[in-house]
Ligand binder design. Structure first.
Ligand SMILES: Cc1cc2nc3c(=O)[nH]c(=O)nc-3n(C[C@H](O)[C@H](O)[C@H](O)COP(=O)(O)OP(=O)(O)OC[C@H]3O[C@@H](n4cnc5c(N)ncnc54)[C@H](O)[C@@H]3O)c2cc1C
Length: 359
């Protein structure tokens, strides 16, 4: 909330217009782009930057059916009012979102049993106080394979550098290392190492780590390993089908919260804007989700052409980039893209002025 207020205060200092509306379509126009808003407004623009951020997690249930007690997104605040203090709850996922929901439930007085389910059952690691500055970690000569990267990481640990320092030091290089990997290796990394990387890279505050340990040790939080196959309603409870190493099992609870993190499959996030762009072939998705773009964020269309007027910023660059969801990276991308657009606009004598009208 505080960060949002800070951004709003910066926005007020710019001369940019702000239109409050939901963009339904973005179509090619005679010159530039034509955006149609849900209220019927039409906006024309020479350039469009798609900065639509994160979407809800991938669906685990039939989206046409309402399941009482099942929350498809952890960010629907009403769930805390609906869960009674002694109700049993399942958290689907064991990442930072699951930790957030667990902590908030306890803060709100929940004392019931909580079960967290994920494929590996791994929780995020904790930050450490007093960690020395970034160490110098050299990866540049490493062969571009997932296996070689893992070996280089282990080599750093063997040389005595604390693992958190290695992870921190790699942050500013991970996009370059990712870019070097052929797609087959990117997919291999994603399959075998992504989750391991996530738990060491996206860490939680030490106090939260301690609280989580207490929950696990005292048995108030149970962890199940397995892939959640489906979520359905059984009487007034929620049934979760879990594919584990011993086969299919099910867990029935009063409430279940989908904490699996934002979906990057833009074909399935339910955004008319993104679906329309994909269907028209204006953009293309990578095999890992996110959109194919170049280092400026310019989007590639179905035929392989790079746009000079349509760009993506932030989480949408996932797949092409590896680190693209946290504020430091997005801030950098935004500054670089602003510079590129300003140069293009100056060169063309175009003014950033949206023409508007109502259909
Ligand atoms: C729970 C959580 C915790 C996080 N914690 C951290 C953290 O500690 N540190 C960190 O660096 N990063 C963190 N992140 C990541 C970071 O906050 C986000 O990736 C970042 O805010 C994305 O910024 P953005 O400007 O790209 O998108 P957003 O801030 O998500 O903004 C996207 C905007 O686009 C709008 N929009 C979408 N579609 C349309 C449409 N069709 N028409 C009109 N408007 C539309 C949305 O309404 C929204 O206003 C966290 C993310 C989450 C979900």
């Amino acid at each position: 909330m505080v960060y949002g207020q800070y951004l709003s205060s910066l926005w007020k200092d710019t001369e940019a217009d702000y239109v409050h509306g939901h963009v339904l379509t973005c179509d090619k126009a005679a010159s530039g782009w034509r955006l149609t808003l849900a209220d019927g407004q039409i906006l024309g623009a020479s350039y469009v930057v798609l900065a639509t951020g994160n979407f809800a997690p991938a669906s685990l249930s039939d989206p046409r059916r309402q399941i009482p007690g099942y929350y498809p997104s952890a960010w629907q605040n009403d769930l805390y009012a609906r869960i009674q203090p002694d109700d049993d709850v399942a958290l689907i996922g064991t990442g930072l979102t699951a930790v957030d929901v667990l902590m908030r439930l306890r803060e709100e007085g929940h004392r019931g049993r909580i079960t967290a389910i994920s494929r590996h059952g791994w929780y995020p690691t904790s930050h450490a106080a007093g960690l020395s500055g970034d160490s110098h970690v050299v990866f540049a000569e490493t062969a571009p394979t997932a296996r070689a990267y893992l070996a280089a990481f282990r080599q750093c640990l063997r040389s005595g550098i604390p693992w958190r320092s290695v992870v921190n030091a790699l942050r500013s290089h991970t996009n370059t290392l990712w870019d070097r990997l052929p797609w087959e290796e990117k997919r291999r990394f994603s399959r075998h190492l992504q989750r391991r990387w996530d738990i060491v890279r996206h860490r939680m505050a030490p106090a939260l780590g301690e609280q989580l340990d207490v929950e696990i040790r005292s048995g108030t939080l149970t962890t199940l390993k397995g892939r959640v196959e489906h979520v359905s309603a059984v009487a007034d409870r929620v049934q979760i089908g879990i594919q584990g190493s011993n086969g299919l099992s099910s867990l029935t609870v009063a409430h279940a919260v989908n904490c699996t993190g934002p979906s990057r499959d833009y074909r399935a996030v339910g955004s008319a804007l993104l679906t329309g762009l994909l269907e028209q072939g204006i953009v293309r998705q990578t095999s890992l989700g996110g959109w194919v773009c170049n280092s400026d964020g310019a989007l590639q269309d179905r035929t392989g052409n790079w746009s000079t007027t349509l760009y993506a910023l932030g989480p949408m660059r996932w797949g092409t980039l590896f680190e693209t969801t946290a504020i430091p990276e997005i801030r950098q991308q935004a500054a670089e893209l602003a510079h590129i657009l300003a140069e293009q606009v100056a060169g063309l004598g175009v003014r950033f002025e949206a023409s508007s009208g109502t259909e």
